[in-house]
Design a protein around this ligand. Sequence first.
Ligand SMILES: Nc1ncnc2c1ncn2[C@@H]1O[C@H](COP(=O)(O)OP(=O)(O)O)[C@@H](O)[C@H]1O
Ligand SMILES: [Mg+2]
Length: 333
Amino acid sequence: MYFTDTRPKPMTNRRDLHDILSSTIRRPETLTVGEYAQLSETARAAYDAIRVRYASGGLVIRTPQTRTAVSRVDNLMDENSGRIGTQSGLLISGAAGFGKTTLLKSVMRATNLEYDKYRPDAFADGFTPIAYIEAPADGRPKNLLQHACLFYGILIARTETLSSIQARLVDTMNAADTRLLVVDEMHNLSASTTANGDTIDILRSIHNQVPATFIYAGLNLIGGKLLSGPKGAQITARSSALQMTHYAMRKPELRKEWHALIGSFEKALPIVGHEPGQLAAHADRIADLCSGSLGKLSELLTGVAIQRIRSTDSNETITMNHLESRAGFAAAA
Ligand SMILES: Nc1ncnc2c1ncn2[C@@H]1O[C@H](COP(=O)(O)OP(=O)(O)O)[C@@H](O)[C@H]1O
Ligand SMILES: [Mg+2]
């Protein structure tokens, strides 16, 4: 364990989101086995530390779904540019660990980059082109608004009414020129109407008052109860859907993607001496170990990569033995 000054941040307030979207952890240069073996002890420790940091939080593979989502949102923002109340959005649905939040981050990064061309010092000038809100665990309307207010740094009085909070939020969103509204963990929102009003009503009325494109992501959102009622249907009717699934090896298209995914990870992992392609050759077996889940694959490969970096070996090649023993260990835990 080496402590560094690079603590990861949550995306749930405008400053941290801005920092996350506008910085990237660069992939460290890969040394050859010979170059690595010749490093001094201090240089080696420093090189190992930046590689661990990258494997732990910087490595993101651009999947076909990333490309689809980025271009779809780009189109939606064009289509919505003259609309208010009738904007189209994107729904991202899938089980836990399938990569929804990571995908959202890639989409937000791309949008942020474009907005930066339009208004280079947006954040410093008080603008918030992208809002990221995690739906609160208990899903009540007031809590959703509170999370949104926390994101913008709006202070709420304990006695403030729902409609007053909402009005101030809408004003802030408009003044901040929010163009993209992302709500993650949408499944937390209660599908039933409460005395306080309906969370879906709140989202709809935000659509009516803020001309932002929306992306909603959550567990099994498509076909779920939350968006299937008459109110939810007004949102789904204007949305396109992206379903994230596990990679089933019996489906040729998904199998091909999974093989490519492992190949991409092999190229991206910051380890010394690993020849890409060695693991892709065992992609079906790896799918078994990970139940075809992108999240489990990422955890397995980055976990083993970090073990290899921390080992005293100069050649850090990852073999199936490493993967199997780590997967076995995880399964037994
Ligand atoms: N495209 C990707 N490249 C690399 N790692 C990924 C990618 N997508 C997801 N992961 C990793 O998989 C894990 C689960 O992803 P996450 O986006 O949190 O899933 P979800 O939001 O669907 O639960 C995280 O550790 C994340 O870093
Ligand atoms: Mg998530």
